[in-house]
Ligand binder design. Sequence first.
Ligand SMILES: [Zn+2]
Length: 249
Amino acid sequence: MKAKIALGESLYEVDFSEPIDLSLPVSPTGPAAWYVTPPTFEPVKMEGFVGSVKEGGNVNFRDIKFNPHGHGTHTECLGHITEKVHSVNNSLKSYMMFARLITVTPLESGNDRQITVDCLNDISNTDGAEALIIRTLPNTKEKLHKNHTGTNWPYLTSRAAERIVSEGYSHLLIDMPSVDKEEDAGKLSAHKILFGIPNKIRKCSTITETIFVPDSVVDSVYLLNLQCANFENDATPSRPVLHSIRKID
Ligand SMILES: [Zn+2]
């Protein structure tokens, strides 16, 4: 299926036949971070009922225990770091947007790898994109299953976060479990800048973490469909899907 969409003065053709799923699942073999143990999927068992067909039940009916920040791809809002636990449902109100994909090589700084403002030369927002997607190198398949705990993953510097805000992006997607340094003594500098805390609140901004962008997807502008599971929580499992676009007028 193809469609024509207008953004500003320009007209684009979108091809929906080859969606590019950037999400990673909540799964015992999926990615993890923050010292969480693997998610559990347990059949409900009550007197006269077992939620497992294999164990003699009529249906599979499982309780799932997981942590949205620690397991799989998730989208969060400012409620992640405010006293009031705002729901991401109240931040993300529109699910289709233009998104710019860039690939960066984090720069080494001591034991850290930083995404600095110099890594973001390509983010000038000339297309009116609402979202920025950052793929970090190396982009190994290890990311599909990686337990990031204790790895001191690459993170955004404050100046880099400020540049993203100043370019007008409301939504950031990244293939790390956090935009901030794993052990940062609670500073959460990039989260605070991206959510405008404390003085320039960006209630409609979101951060999506632990995505995976296949190597076959080239840096460009895409139509992004950002779908979230309907939890009333600061973060929820999400499924960002890209569609290729072509400018026709
Ligand atoms: Zn986060």
